[in-house]
Design a protein around this ligand. Structure first.
Ligand code: GCU
Length: 602
């Protein structure tokens, strides 16, 4: 066992944790997460009460110094990945959102069943839960929402609160607080009141009592995440009340206990039906700016639509000046090849931070990609996205390259330097490749209906809302393709701050990566390369396919350095990815060629 020297002030629980839980993440079946087991010898841990009170750490040689016990734990993991110097978390709230249903299924999950719910006899696997907690703690994640935003009211029954308590008791040791998604209509849905009107005194009392009950069981309970009046979920509109009325009522119930409400802005098709979907969040929430309690945080997806492979940033981050905000990123690859495609997401999240300064946000949430699969995330490389989320939540100024490099070192630790660089390049190019073979030049939401895997550019169903239909998003016709959101169209560009408002509004200055997001562009339009739009579109689809073929070549070269099982599993998935990329290319080029009135080059 590694000798530990504790300087002073250590807690028994922490010493126990270090000595007995180990720090490598090997499950019994041999699958593993990113952490290696070979810890440095002779680690010294010191408590220094003069350091900032934020769970940061300082590492010098093999000495880790921190003000808090969590700081020591984080520092120890950092030492393991080779860090030296001082580091403090940027965001206070670094939270995973699990879209796990109580029956064990996971909405948009591609890695098996829930690790929290739906197990036989309703008992979770404590060993699995501890591995999960270690992995989260190793990158500084300090909170987790245990259930789907499309929340079952049952989560607030006594039986489930007891289960939440049992989970919280395991996660607490690793500095992870639990939060719950709640159904706004719970008091009514659980049959206890005739209404869920937030201004009704009985409803207010119900939530206060529920908060008291939760905190009695889980004294460090974090708070609620709420999806209200969105995609069929109940909410304050049902009673003619605003989002602020709804959020504040819950905030008041949680306030005496120090809890928070994370209220989602992912709302469309409710009060602003018919308006361009990407504009509706601002239209809905701007009138509430400045009206939320200070323990309410508005949680918005990085883009204004829905986790597409590329979206411009969501302008709600510009508009809500007097409201606390957090960003919601999607780690699970709903729209990026799900469990099959190797797509490293850090470059996408860095792109978001280049428009929305992290200093505007009080926290960050990531929709988790974890399940009970032996490799945890469905694809070995999808683990890198969980890792990257945590690292960026701790330090958003890390580069995608640094994060990929760290992760590779800890996950595929026997790859020698030149081959390691190729693996790095594969990861860093993978997101752009995905954009190219799925939706280049600002195309968006042309996925197959509902499951969102594969292309369906001709998708239209008269009985669905238009904003669920691909044809609404690309608007292809014989004149051109793309959604006119400039001032001559829906005017969505006007929700942006300058210089982006003007830049996006004019075809000539709009970055090509957002071209068809903001403009309906003639097929013969000259792009920066000198190619026409139609030629450029074909070029980019081909480039995406070629990139995946190159990823396959790189992976072949890595064979000698990766254990057989993982090498083989990734290789199989790359084959699927190539086939899918070719399908995207064929279907989309075939479909758009009908409008471009050009025959497809052989
Ligand atoms: C997407 C996703 C849904 C999810 C929703 C949300 O639309 O497809 O499954 O419930 O986002 O974020 O609430």
């Amino acid at each position: 066992m590694t000798p530990l020297y504790i300087w002073r002030g250590w807690g028994v629980s922490l010493l126990f944790l270090f000595m007995w839980t180990g720090i490598g993440l090997h499950a019994e079946d041999g699958s593993r997460l990113w952490l290696r087991c070979d810890m440095p010898k002779d680690i010294t841990l010191k408590i220094d009460s003069t350091m900032p009170d934020d769970d940061g750490y300082r590492i010098s040689g093999h000495t880790v110094t921190a003000r808090t016990q969590m700081g020591l734990l984080y520092g120890r993991y950092a030492l393991l990945r080779g860090e030296q110097g001082e580091s403090h978390p940027f965001f206070k709230l670094r939270i995973l959102n699990h879209w796990d249903n109580l029956d064990g299924s996971i909405e948009r999950g591609y890695a098996g069943q829930s690790i929290f719910w739906g197990m036989e006899n309703d008992r979770f696997d404590p060993a699995r839960l501890r591995y999960y907690a270690q992995a989260c703690a190793s990158v500084g994640i300090n909170g987790t929402v245990l259930n789907n935003v499309n929340a079952s009211p049952a989560i607030l029954t006594r039986a489930y609160i007891n289960k939440v308590k049992a989970i919280a008791d395991v996660l607490r040791t690793y500095g992870i607080r639990v939060y719950l998604s709640v159904n706004f209509a719970s008091p009514k849905a659980l049959g206890q009141l005739p209404t869920a009107d937030p201004l009704d005194k009985r409803v207010q009392r119900w939530w206060k009592r529920k908060a008291d009950e939760l905190y009695k069981a889980i004294p460090d309970f974090g708070g609620f995440l709420v999806k209200a009046n969105s995609e069929g979920q109940p909410g304050p509109f049902d009673y003619g009340r605003s989002h602020a009325d709804g959020a504040n009522m819950l905030a008041d119930a949680l306030r005496p206990h120090g809890g928070i409400v994370m209220w989602r802005s992912f709302v469309y098709g409710a009060r602003h039906k018919g308006e361009d979907r990407v504009m509706q969040a601002v239209s809905e929430f701007l009138p509430c700016d400045g009206q939320f309690r200070d323990n309410v945080i508005l949680q918005s997806k990085n883009g204004p639509l829905d986790f597409q492979p590329r979206e411009p940033y969501a302008p709600i981050f510009d508009q809500m000046k007097d409201t606390k905000q957090m960003a919601e990123l999607q780690i699970t690859q709903e729209y990026l090849g799900q469990g099959n495609h190797l797509v490293f997401l850090a470059p996408m999240w860095k792109e978001f931070f280049s428009y929305v300064s992290p200093s505007r946000l009080v926290g960050i949430a990531g929709v988790a990609n974890v399940g009970d699969d032996s490799n945890w995330c469905g694809h070995h490389f999808a683990q890198a996205n969980w890792y990257a989320f945590g690292r960026l939540a701790w330090n958003p100024s890390l580069t995608a390259r640094q994060i990929a490099d760290e992760w590779l070192n800890q996950t595929f630790d026997s790859i020698p330097a030149p081959a390691h660089d190729n693996a790095l390049s594969l990861m860093l190019r993978s997101r752009e490749a995905c954009v190219d073979y799925m939706m280049p030049l600002g195309l968006h939401h042309i996925f197959k209906f509902d499951h969102h895997y594969g292309p369906e550019p001709d998708g239209f169903k008269a009985d669905y809302p238009l904003e669920w239909c691909p044809v609404y998003y690309h608007q292809a016709d014989s004149a051109g393709v793309g959604f006119n959101r400039s001032t001559s169209g829906t005017g969505a560009t006007q929700q942006y701050r300058e210089p982006y408002r003007s830049q996006y509004d004019h075809l000539g200055t709009c970055p090509e990566r957002y071209l068809l997001w903001f403009h309906h562009v003639p097929w013969t339009y000259r792009t920066l390369s000198g190619r026409t739009l139609w030629e450029e579109m074909q070029h980019r689809y081909q480039r995406g396919v070629d990139e995946v073929a190159d990823f396959q070549r790189i992976w072949q070269q890595l064979k000698p350095y990766v254990d057989e099982q993982r090498w083989h599993e990734v290789e199989q998935k790359l084959q699927v990815q190539l086939r899918d990329a070719q399908e995207w290319q064929q279907v989309c080029i075939g479909y758009f060629s009908k409008f471009a009135q050009r025959s497809v080059e052989p």
